[in-house]
Design a protein. Structure first.
Lengths: 116, 107
């Protein structure tokens, strides 16, 4: 099946710093990638939809200037959490949808962010 | 908001079939039903999807009622490794996750 990777798998940073998370589709091209956030004991919450070569579409309540998304190629999308604060600590998960395919999305393993 | 309703939790004995129900009474004619599962601290894993017909793959079977208002995911021989949260999702161009069903497979 289609494989999506994320890097890093976990990161600890100080409050006020920025953190970049990479999402790659390893064996297929993805025109569209999605970023989710999951807090403990809660379901996944969609943050934004990332389309290759265009600006991301953010869900209501998600600050686009805080969560910068870049989808520069058909296999790579990045999420940068700018000026991270402890309340940004969460599990961040990306997914990718194959170009020209149906709706099936394949998920990465997630990145656990802890902001001290 | 998610367009599906699932029981919050279910138990299943190891080796038995696990039948996970899902209601999607407001589904429209061209919307697919997708099932994913999430094992603790991992990304969701795609299981199966369907539109109208029943579907089967190496992981599970999906039974969709004729009126498409509900479906059942069947894991034919559940193992301890099938313990996870199972999400039934009606695609709206993007996956919107509800609370899912926490399936516990017990020895």
């Amino acid at each position: 099946g289609a494989v999506v990777s994320q890097h890093p798998s976990r990161v600890i940073c100080k409050s006020g710093t920025s953190v970049k998370i990479e999402c790659r589709s390893l064996d297929f091209q993805a025109t569209t990638m999605f970023w989710y956030r999951q807090f403990p004991k809660q379901s996944l919450m969609l943050m934004a939809t990332s389309n290759e070569g265009s600006k991301a579409t953010y869900e209501q309540g998600v600050e686009k200037d805080k969560f910068l998304i870049n989808h520069a190629s058909l296999t790579l999308s990045t999420l940068t959490v700018t000026s991270a604060h402890p309340e940004d600590s969460s599990f961040y998960i990306c997914s990718a949808r194959e170009s020209g395919g149906i709706e099936t999305q394949y998920f990465g393993p997630g990145t656990r962010l802890l902001v001290l | 908001d998610a367009k599906t309703t699932q029981p919050p939790s279910m138990d299943c004995a190891e080796g038995r079939a696990a039948n996970l129900p899902c209601n999607h009474s407001t589904i429209s004619g061209n919307e697919y039903v997708y099932w994913y599962r999430q094992i603790h601290s991992q990304g969701p894993q795609y299981i199966i999807h369907g539109l109208k017909n029943n579907e089967t793959n190496e992981m599970a079977s999906l039974i969709i009622t004729e009126d498409r208002k509900s479906s059942t995911l069947i894991l034919p021989h559940a193992t301890l490794r099938d313990t996870a949260v199972y999400y039934c999702i009606v695609i709206e161009g993007k996956l919107i996750f509800g609370q899912g069903t926490e399936l516990s497979v017990k020895p």
